[in-house]
Design a protein around this ligand. Structure first.
Ligand code: TMP
Length: 218
């Protein structure tokens, strides 16, 4: 079985950049590595992602998704990704790095949207077929800074609007961040918190130190 690594954090925390750097680092060590993202990563998942993150030009065209519907759509993406991609890759001995996983659902739908945490955890477990990450890196950042970075990134891409979550108010993102930090506090053996304020290279180095330790222990 390969190692299952997840990266978590608020919008603009730098997860995607760190995932490609970590992926390169592991590949250079001769470890077969697959990077995937949630929601998405399968044909069905990418279509559902489009529904979840759509931000239409006019507000009248916006899909009114209830918190429970949103929860089930994320879980649907996960069920497909775990069965079709993650489990087969781990079984084949590859290391899998997943951009967001069950902790995002707890933080966004549970802590931030106030769906009962026990219910979210139970549905998470079912959709994930009980598969938990060996290690989770939480890139922690103040929501103000994360949103500033995310907005700057999006405005650099012509014609692309901020997505549905980036449009949420700052209090929502504070609840997400606090949710992630609570998860880390409850599960210190799995979740490692990395300060996301540093330079890309220094955040990468901190992540590599953690992953190397985990690799040594398996
Ligand atoms: P990202 O690809 O930029 O990380 O965007 C995914 C968005 O989906 C992000 O705003 C977090 C949100 N999300 C949830 O609300 N619940 C989930 O379970 C997952 C995986 C993501």
């Amino acid at each position: 079985m390969g190692l299952f690594i997840t990266l978590e954090g608020i919008e603009g925390s730098g997860k995607s950049t760190q995932i490609s750097k970590l992926s390169e680092y592991l590949t250079d060590k001769g470890i077969s590595t697959l990077a995937v993202r949630e929601p998405g990563g399968t044909p069905v998942g990418e279509r559902v992602r489009a529904i979840l993150l759509e931000r239409p030009e006019k507000s009248s065209e916006a899909l009114d998704i209830t918190p429970l519907t949103e929860l089930f759509l994320y879980e649907a993406c996960r069920a497909q990704l775990v069965q079709d991609v993650i489990i087969p890759a781990l079984d084949a001995g590859s290391t899998v790095i997943c951009d967001r996983y069950v902790d995002s659902t707890l933080a966004y739908q549970g802590y931030a949207r106030s769906i009962d945490l026990g219910a979210v955890a139970a549905i998470n477990a079912r959709a994930a077929s009980g598969l938990m990450p060996d290690v989770t890196i939480l890139i922690d950042l103040e929501p103000e800074e994360g949103l500033r970075r995310a907005t700057a990134r999006m405005s650099g891409v012509t014609g692309v609007k901020e997505d549905r979550f980036e449009a949420e108010d700052i209090l929502f993102h504070k609840r997400v961040r606090d949710g992630f930090l609570s998860i880390a506090e409850f599960d210190p053996g799995r979740v490692y918190v990395v300060d996301g304020r540093g330079e890309i290279a220094s955040v990468h180095d901190s992540i590599c130190v953690i992953i190397d330790k985990v690799l040594e222990s398996v």
